[in-house]
Write a protein that binds this ligand. Sequence first.
Ligand code: SIN
Ligand code: MN
Length: 206
Amino acid sequence: MEIAPGAFHLPRYLALDAQKALADSCRALMDGAVPAYVPTVRGGGKMHVRMLCLGRHWNGQTYRYEAVRTDFDGLPAPPLPDSFRDVAGAIAASVGTAFDPDLCILNYYDPTEGRMGLHQDKDESPASLLAGLPVVSISIGDMARFLFGGTKRREPVTPILLESGDAFVFGGPARLRFHGVSRIVPHTAPAELGLTGRFNLTFRQY
Ligand code: SIN
Ligand code: MN
């Protein structure tokens, strides 16, 4: 389960009923009053996901967190649902980490177009990063080829298949390791979810 110091892969952490409830919540949020959008990042490229930030908004132009989406429509980030916070806290606790997340980045990956380049998650507060507070990730829907590297971009990456219901945690010495998603494997979601593509939720404590 601990694939590297501070990094944990928890296959099928969520049972199917919990996956279904989460998929339904994600769909409703993404198409809600503050909808998901495709961010344009610094340099002008478009991301290959639809994103909705809960609790705090991550601005793809400034790489900073803010209350309202100044890089898009000025709307406030919807609150982080308590049920989401609870499941992320329980995942962290299951690998021995105390964690009280205050934000979640919810991404939808299209089954053929969805991907995310190699990057570090390093836009949280210096205190959070210094403490090695984890990123807790939950995958729902189609399988993803997740790449997990080292703390330098040039270091080799290990591909890990993340399936629906899997949790992945990287904190402590693993907190600043590079990671990304090279592809989605279409038609691999449990049929009961009625989901084409993949939701990924990453929880952090700012
Ligand atoms: C991310 O790094 O923000 C997303 C990772 C994933 O989709 O598994
Ligand atoms: Mn990330």
